[in-house]
Design a protein around this ligand. Structure first.
Ligand SMILES: [Zn+2]
Length: 224
């Protein structure tokens, strides 16, 4: 008896009857010629923040690695297994992506766990240590009590994205490609409740909204 989740089987049925016919030739082409995505996304595991959904991406367009709180650990060639570093090595070295986007988001459980010193998201051996990679971001925004809790969380979520961007430059080969402008790195922040997207403006050192006018119009009018 198959115990595979029913919702996934139904989802697959829907994919096969609706999306696959539209994408079939694309899948065939990708299977013959291989993938050549221009963009790599480093996102959070959070089920509400799927890069393919947010960027309306087709098969073969995004090379995605997701982990708790969209963290890029610094370059550390110590012989241990490093998942994000391996994905970066493949994305940059083999696929030759031109853009790397670190996608963070509002209401990030990982960031909140770090900020509130709450119990780790799940009891175990890994989350606490992983979250410590966020410490440099927390150091930059100062003490937690200096601002309202919601503001602090948003600032830490965004500082964590910038910290990941900084860590990308600790990879020697990638740093060279960034300096030669062969690869560009970007930060983005997704507002789960509103669907708004902000991108990091390095010159102004802040996140700016994308399509803010369109968004305001959309929410100004009743949609039904
Ligand atoms: Zn998250």
């Amino acid at each position: 008896m198959i115990t595979f989740p029913k919702s996934l089987l139904e989802g697959y049925r829907s994919f096969r009857t609706q999306r696959l016919p539209v994408e079939q030739s694309r899948y065939r082409e990708l299977s013959v010629h291989g993938q050549s995505p221009e963009t790599m996304v480093i996102g959070c595991c959070d089920s509400r923040v799927s890069p393919e959904v947010i960027f309306d991406a087709r098969p073969g367009e995004l090379f995605v690695v997701r982990n708790v709180a969209n963290i890029v650990p610094p370059y550390q060639p110590d012989g241990n297994a490093h998942g994000v570093s391996a994905a970066l090595e493949f994305g940059v070295g083999a696929l030759k992506v031109q853009h790397i986007v670190v996608l963070g988001h509002a209401q990030c459980g990982g960031v909140k766990a770090y900020a509130t010193d709450a119990e780790p998201l799940s009891p175990g051996d890994f989350i606490g240590k992983w979250m410590q990679l966020m410490a440099p971001a927390a150091d930059k925004i100062g003490p937690r009590g200096a601002m309202p809790g919601a503001d602090y969380l948003r600032q830490l979520e965004q500082a964590n994205i910038v910290n990941s961007l900084d860590n990308l430059k600790t990879f020697p080969r990638l740093r060279k490609l960034i300096e030669r402008e062969q690869v560009s790195v970007h930060g983005a922040y997704f507002g789960v409740a509103t669907g708004k997207l902000w991108v990091f403006d390095r010159e102004r050192a802040e996140f700016s909204p994308v399509a803010a006018d369109e968004h305001a119009r959309m929410f100004a009018q009743p949609r039904f």
